[in-house]
Structures are given as C-alpha cells and as structure tokens.
Design a protein around this ligand. Structure first.
Ligand SMILES: Nc1ncnc2c1ncn2[C@@H]1O[C@H](COP(=O)(O)OP(=O)(O)OP(=O)(O)O)[C@@H](O)[C@H]1O
Ligand SMILES: CC(=O)N[C@H]1[C@@H]2OC[C@@H](O2)[C@@H](O)[C@@H]1O[C@H](C)C(=O)O
Length: 375
C-alpha cells in the first residue's frame, strides 16, 4: 500500500490562457482528497510569447533542442510557474515544507505523435530550486518511448474520480475535457479505460474571435449565441479523416486550423465552431467500446453555453445525459491541475501513468522525471 502524499499540480494547457494550480492529498491510487485551487492568467505579452514559441518549435527535430529564443521562453515560463506556486502557498497559509511534491506539465510547444516527438517546455530542476519542493516533470516522453502517443494522460485520474460519481450519473460514464483540444475518457463498469483526443475544443473559437476583434475567447458563448451555423463550414471540419480514419489518439494544436477571414461573420464563425466542438465529441464517441449513458464535462468549454447546449441536445438523441463537472461534485476548472498532482505521486511510486487503452502504449508504463529540491 502506498502512503498519502500532499502534492501540487501545475497545468498550462493548449489554450495558453494561464496556469492552473491545485492541491491534492493522494496515495496515487484510489484515495484522493481534493484541496484548494488557483488560477493565474497570462498577460497578453506572455500569450504572444507562447504563440511565437509554437512557431519556433516547428524547427525541432530532437526533443532537447531549444532553437532561437525557446530556451529563454522556457526559463520565463518556469519562473511564472514558480511565482504561481509561491502565491498559491501564501494564499493558503502553506509553506514548502507542507508539500511533498509538485507535478509540472509545462507548455506543449510541439506534439507529433506519428514521429514519437513531443516537447513540453518547462525546466523541472529550475522550478524545484525556485520553490524548494521536489518536482516531477516531463511526464509524456516515456510513454512515447514505449510506443504511446504521449497523450492523453488525464484518464488514470478520471478513473480514480469515477469511484465518487453521484448515483444518478448512469454508467458507462465518459469524462469530457474541453480545453484547447478536447479529450474523452470512457470508464467501463469493469474499470476498462478507453481514452483519446476527440477534436478541437476551444482553440479554434479562441483563434477566430481574437482575429475578428471579439476578445481572447467567447465568454459564456455569447458571441456564438447571436450567430448561426454555416453548414458547409461545419461539415468541412467534421469530414476530417481524424474522425473516421484509423484512430489517432492525440492531436496537436496545428492539426485543425481556424476558418479563413471572410468565410463567416464573427458570430456565425463562433456559432459554427461551437457546433463543431460539440459534434466532434459525439462523433469521436462512436469509437468508444459502448455508447455512453453520461457525459461529465470539465475544462473551460463547459462555460460556453452554446457548446453545452449543443452537446446536451446531440447526446440526448442517443439517450445520454450531459452534466458539468461541478454537478458531479468535481471542480471542472482545476481537474487537469489536480491530475498532474496525482500523476506526480504515481510517478514517485513507479505506478503506470498510461495504458494501451489510453495512449496506445504497448503495456502500462510509468513516466516523469524527478527533480529534487536539494541536490
Ligand atoms: N467563461 C468562459 N466562457 C467560455 N469559454 C471559456 C470561459 N472560460 C474559459 N473558457 C475557454 O476555455 C479555455 C481554457 O480552457 P482550459 O483551461 O480547460 O484549457 P487548457 O488548460 O488549455 O486545456 P487543455 O490542455 O486540455 O487543452 C479558454 O481559452 C476559453 O476558450
Ligand atoms: C500533447 C498535449 O499537451 N496534449 C494535451 C492537449 O490538451 C488536451 C489534449 O490535447 C490532451 O491530449 C493533452 O492534455 C491533457 C491534459 C492530457 O494529457 O490528458
């Protein structure tokens, strides 16, 4: 039996909107006690820097390379995470000695699963030194070494949470994470895990509204609510071979691109892309072992009312219900950060992070690199 540990998880996801911080007490197995969470948005200059980092990272052919100013961006990103941990500790009256471990995702700047290449910038040893807490980082690489796609990693945490679902949440249950990219975790009644990325989440909506003067994202889905779906545009996305071809489990930000200027008005574009986000989830769900009865939605997309309404309508046609994570008793905004805390503890104990049914890895494998606070 593993001992309970107190861990902090740090996530800055593909939306590149900010850093989620969450505290968890866990044994890395079935015991999970959720603690406080915190969110630090990136200011616009930093978001521009991460966007440039994505462009620069395209030149990477080997995962340790840091072309151009990518090394400088990695250091800045790491110091942003260090600052987020320090303010989280101060706000919660905690000191580094209260925390056993930090799980650090870093920022994905390149993800090419077909070439077994995934790069998350984030300097684990520097973070450990800055905050005085042991850090587990680089959690995707080992999965790829063993033939996995390096993502999604959250399913093992969804499986742990599934033990505490409310009774009226009928099995089989699927957890849907609508971040920049969306992903699904199916938890079978016998504990079988089946998971994969399911399509674009908010990233196309964010890129579209930002390029057309609508702000960084479509708050509440208000822009989409005043528009109409452009059927030909929606179909173009939904006919992508990603949904029908041999199941590719993980996506990169560049795999789907926003519509071109002039293809729709701001509102119609936002409405169409919200429809695509919801329809892509249902389309991908046809690859699951069984039709789900309940969808539990987490990630920023659960706050877009148009995505949620569409998802609810489309799922109802198949006899399934859709609820936001909060209705199931979870925190839909902090769940990924909690997952990184959970994964860090599993990594410490050498427990598997990924499984053949989640990333396509050849056998269950652990992962992550430990950077001790004191060398
Ligand atoms: N109030 C809101 N209304 C509508 N959309 C929102 C709201 N708040 C956040 N979002 C959307 O959610 C996105 C952030 O979601 P989230 O934090 O889950 O993404 P992420 O951490 O980048 O995820 P991932 O790594 O899974 O891609 C924002 O970019 C925005 O599009
Ligand atoms: C390579 C990478 O960073 N992938 C992210 C991304 O964002 C969502 C989806 O694509 C998922 O596969 C993954 O993140 C989640 C948290 C995961 O690994 O479970």
């Amino acid at each position: 039996m593993t001992e309970m540990k107190t861990a902090i998880g740090l996530m800055s996801g593909t939306s590149m909107d900010g850093i989620d911080v969450a505290l968890l007490r866990t044994d890395g197995e079935s015991r999970v006690e959720r603690g406080p969470s915190y969110y630090v948005p990136f200011d616009p200059q930093l978001r521009d820097r991460w966007k440039r980092a994505l462009a620069v990272a395209k030149a990477i052919t080997e995962r340790t390379q840091r072309p151009d100013d990518l090394g400088a961006s990695e250091k800045i990103l790491t110091l942003c995470h260090a600052a987020a941990v320090k303010s989280f500790l101060a706000r919660n009256d905690l000191s580094p000695a209260d925390i056993d471990l930090v799980g650090f995702h870093g920022q994905t700047v390149l993800h090419r699963p077909d070439e077994a290449l995934t790069v998350q910038i984030g300097d684990g040893p520097l973070l450990a030194q800055e905050i005085g807490i042991d850090v587990v980082y680089d959690m995707r690489a080992n999965d790829m070494t063993f033939g996995g796609q390096g993502a999604p990693l959250i399913p093992v945490y969804h499986a742990a949470l599934s033990a505490n679902l409310p009774r009226d949440c009928k099995a089989p249950v699927v957890f849907v994470n609508i971040g920049g990219i969306s992903n699904l975790t199916f938890v079978g009644t016998d504990g079988t895990l089946s998971a994969f990325d399911s399509g674009p989440g908010n990233m196309l909506i964010d890129q579209w509204v930002e390029a057309h003067g609508g702000g960084a994202y479509d708050k509440g889905g208000r822009i989409a609510a005043s528009g109409a779906v452009v059927p030909a545009l929606a179909e173009r996305y939904l006919q992508s071979p990603f949904f029908s071809g041999n199941l590719r489990r993980s996506l990169d930000r560049g795999d789907f691109l926003p519509p071109k200027a002039g293809e729709a008005s701001l509102a119609d574009g936002a409405r169409t892309l919200a429809h695509v986000t919801a329809a892509a989830i249902l389309k991908s769900a046809t690859h699951l072992p069984e039709p789900p009865k309940s969808y539990v939605v987490c990630g920023g997309g659960r706050l877009n009312d148009v995505i949620m309404r569409e998802l609810t309508e489309l799922a109802a046609r198949q006899g399934a219900t859709v609820i936001a994570a909060e209705v199931a008793g979870f925190d839909g905004g902090a769940m990924e950060a909690e997952a990184w805390a959970y994964l860090a503890v599993r990594s410490l104990y050498g427990l598997p992070l990924t499984f053949p049914g989640t990333t396509g890895v050849e056998r269950p494998v652990s992962g992550g690199v430990l950077a001790p606070a004191k060398l």
